[in-house]
Design a protein around this ligand. Structure first.
Ligand code: SF4
Length: 316
C-alpha cells in the first residue's frame, strides 16, 4: 500500500473544499471497496478525507411522500428500515442479496453506488486494463468473460457494475443529491448517474472531481409487488451472474431493471411496454443490439427465464 495522508472533516463544505485543494484526494466512509483497491495499489489516493462525521446517516420523509436516504446510511440499516421494508421492498431485498452481513454493516449508500467493477483483470495489475490504466488495452476482450457484460459494451471495456442496490434504485427512479467542489448542490437522476464505458471506461459516474454525494432521494411509493431475484454461482456472498429487480402492478404493467449484464444497472423503459407479451418480448427489447461473447451468451436466456419466474411470482 502506498503512503497517504488522512483527515476527518465535520462539514460537507470542508469536505469538498479540502478535496478541491489536495490533488489526488478521495473521500472515504465504509471503505469496503476503496481499502481493498488501495492494498492492491489499484487506487493510490494521496489523501483520504473521512466523511463519516458529516451526519448523513438518517432516513427522512420528504414532502412529496418519498424518502431521503443519507449518503452514510449503512446498507444494513437501510434494508431494515420499516418504511423501506413496507414501501420499497425491492430496495430492501436487493440490499440483503448483496455482500455479507459484516460488509453490509459497514458499507454506505453512497459507497454502494460508487463501488467499482469486479472484473478480475481490473484487479490484476499485471494485466492490461483501460479502466485501471487508460489506453493500456483490455485483457478481458479475448480472455475469460463469463462474468462480463453482454450489452452496452465498448471496444475499450466489457465490465459490469457489481451493485445489487443500484439495480433497485434504478427501478425506483431514485435521484442522487450532491454538493460540488464550489459548494453548489445538484441532483442527478439515477438513470444518468452510472456511465457506459465508451472510450473512457475509467469515467464511471456523472460526478465531477471532488463532488460529494450527500443523499439519495426515493420518490413516493409506487405500490405493486417488489421482487428481486439474483442468480449467482453460490448461494451467498457472490456477485450476480444476472439479477432482475421488478415492481409489478395489478394490471400487469411493471418496471424492470437488470444487474450483472452491463456497465450500469440496465433498464430500458421502452422494453416495459412489451410486458403484455411476456418475458421473452421484454428480454428481446432489453437486449436489442447485445454483444455477448461465447462465454457469457448464456446470460441472455438466463435473464429471460429469471424475469419469467419473477412475473410468475408476482401473479401468485
Ligand atoms: Fe479493464 Fe474493463 Fe477490460 Fe475489465 S473489461 S480488463 S475493467 S477495461
Amino acid at each position: 500500500m502506498r503512503s497517504f495522508t488522512y483527515e476527518r472533516v465535520s462539514s460537507a463544505a470542508d469536505a469538498v473544499a479540502h478535496a478541491a485543494r489536495v490533488p489526488g484526494a478521495r473521500f472515504i466512509a465504509g471503505g469496503t471497496n476503496l481499502l481493498d483497491l488501495m492494498k492492491l495499489e489499484i487506487e493510490t489516493p494521496a489523501h483520504l478525507i473521512d466523511v463519516n462525521g458529516l451526519g448523513f446517516d438518517r432516513i427522512e420523509s420528504t414532502s412529496d411522500g418519498g424518502l431521503r436516504v443519507g449518503a452514510l446510511v449503512r446498507n444494513t440499516d437501510l434494508a431494515a428500515d420499516a418504511r423501506v421494508r413496507r414501501d420499497y421492498g425491492l430496495l430492501s431485498r436487493a440490499l440483503l442479496a448483496g455482500a455479507s452481513g459484516q460488509l453490509r454493516n459497514k458499507a454506505t449508500t453512497a459507497g454502494n453506488l460508487l463501488q467499482r467493477t469486479r472484473c478480475p483483470y481490473f484487479y490484476d495489475t499485471h494485466q492490461a486494463c483501460n479502466k485501471r490504466q487508460p489506453g493500456s488495452g483490455c485483457a478481458a476482450i479475448g480472455g475469460y468473460t463469463r462474468q462480463h457484460a453482454v450489452v452496452g459494451t465498448s471496444e475499450a471495456c466489457i465490465a459490469t457494475h457489481p451493485s445489487d442496490m443500484a439495480v433497485a434504485m434504478r427501478a425506483l427512479d431514485a435521484t442522487v443529491e450532491t454538493v460540488r467542489a464550489n459548494g453548489t448542490r445538484r441532483t442527478i437522476p439515477i438513470a444518468d448517474f452510472h456511465k457506459l464505458p465508451g472510450a473512457t471506461p475509467h469515467v464511471e459516474t456523472a460526478l465531477a472531481l471532488g463532488e460529494l454525494i450527500t443523499s439519495v432521494r426515493l420518490p413516493a411509493p409506487l405500490g405493486g409487488r417488489h421482487i428481486y431475484r439474483k442468480v449467482r454461482d453460490r448461494a451467498s456472498y457472490a456477485f450476480a451472474l444476472v439479477s432482475v429487480g421488478a415492481i409489478v402492478q395489478r394490471d400487469g404493467s411493471a418496471r424492470v431493471a437488470v444487474g450483472g449484464v452491463a456497465h450500469r444497472p440496465w433498464r430500458i423503459e421502452a422494453a416495459e411496454a412489451e410486458m403484455p407479451r411476456g418475458a421473452k418480448a421484454v428480454a428481446a427489447a432489453l437486449f436489442a443490439g447485445a454483444t455477448p461473447t461465447a462465454q457469457n451468451a448464456f446470460k441472455l436466456p438466463l435473464v429471460e427465464r429469471t424475469l419469467d419466474a419473477v412475473l410468475a411470482e408476482a401473479r401468485s
